[in-house]
Design a protein around this ligand. Structure first.
Ligand SMILES: [Zn+2]
Length: 330
């Protein structure tokens, strides 16, 4: 059965989860998963829409409906966080910039959403692209699937208790000016806790550090409007395993209405770690602070870029058939 370990810093996390981490040259995923259990607590009202105005995402747990955050929202914020870190070192660290420009062959730019005329989009070469995936729009090439996979994050309180309806001025999201129109909206109340899991598949040590740091720094979900959407992110625990273990759904089924869902989730994750063959569990209060305070961010960024270069090369070779980078003939 699985074991629980204690750690004091991010390097010890990596040491203990070594067998569940991959190498940049792995093309086939090899049953190496680091499960990250997270709790998001709303600090301000949250707007969590799938559709548009007045919509609120909710899912059923048994016969009860609870607000929920879908993974695409979290994934987008995570990718942005990772890109922010990469950009910071590219802009401010001469050595890192040279390292990067050697890898991408010139100036580096990578954007989550193409803006207007300056359509750069995903570069397909940086750690963010190779970790969170990208699609090649036209021509040959290849698509890379995300190795960060989340599911749904479920609130631990019923929808009717966790939400309220309010009226506000419409805000033009392009110009940020207030219009005359009044809109009805539904928001999740501050204090509401959401539980979920993010599975990190076959990441390298540097990629794991970078993604954990991005998760630990996540402070906003959804909503363009500035006074909405702030969250406190907690990393409840990590389980290294050959496969995905547990989910927010299973946890909330047990913790619906609980006064202490965060503590409850930690207990559940402990049980999952102990019940899973060959698993390694790290369940410590304040893991998000430990990650943020003990990371060597510069070294992590540098290594993540080196891993991205190797991964990109291996993928190019694999996608061009058995050849050595040549084009496949029909
Ligand atoms: Zn990129």
């Amino acid at each position: 059965m699985g074991k629980l370990v204690q750690v004091n810093n991010l390097d010890e996390i990596v040491q203990n989860l070594k067998q569940f981490l991959g190498k940049p040259e792995d093309v086939v995923l090899r049953g190496k998963v680091v499960n990250v259990y997270v709790a998001f607590q709303a600090q301000t009202p949250l707007l969590i829409r799938t559709e548009g105005q007045g919509d609120l995402t909710s899912f059923r747990i048994g016969d009860v409906s609870v607000p929920a955050i879908i993974n695409t929202k979290v994934q987008a914020v995570l990718r942005r966080k990772t890109l922010q870190v990469l950009r910071y070192y590219y802009d401010n660290d001469e050595e890192i910039r040279k390292h990067v420009e050697k890898i991408v062959g010139g100036k580096w730019e990578c954007m989550v959403r193409p803006t207007g005329e300056k359509t750069a989009g995903y570069c397909g070469k940086c750690p963010a692209c190779l970790i969170y995936g990208f699609a090649v729009q036209r021509g040959g090439g290849f698509n890379v699937k995300s190795r960060v996979e989340g599911d749904v994050y479920y609130a631990t309180v019923r929808e009717e208790e966790a939400t309220y309806t309010f009226t506000r001025n419409a805000v033009d999201e392009a110009t940020h000016t207030t219009e005359q129109a009044l809109l009805q909206d539904r928001a999740v109340k501050p204090g509401t806790v959401f539980l979920g899991k993010i599975a990190l598949k076959n990441l390298t040590p540097a990629e794991l550090k970078l993604v954990l740091y991005s998760i630990a720094s996540l402070e906003r979900i959804g909503a363009v409007v500035t006074h909405f959407g702030r969250v406190k992110t907690r990393i409840i625990g990590l389980i290294g395993s050959m496969y995905e273990v547990g989910s927010g759904y299973e946890a909330v089924k047990e913790l619906l209405g609980s006064k202490e869902p965060v503590r409850g989730y930690a207990e559940i994750v402990k049980n999952w770690a102990e019940e899973t063959p060959s698993a390694v569990g790290i369940i410590i209060e304040g893991l998000e602070d430990l990650v943020r305070k003990t990371i060597d961010l510069r070294e992590t960024v540098e290594n993540a870029w080196s891993d991205a270069r190797v991964k990109r090369e291996v993928l190019e070779k694999a996608s061009s058939g058995a050849g050595k980078g040549g084009k496949r003939k029909k």
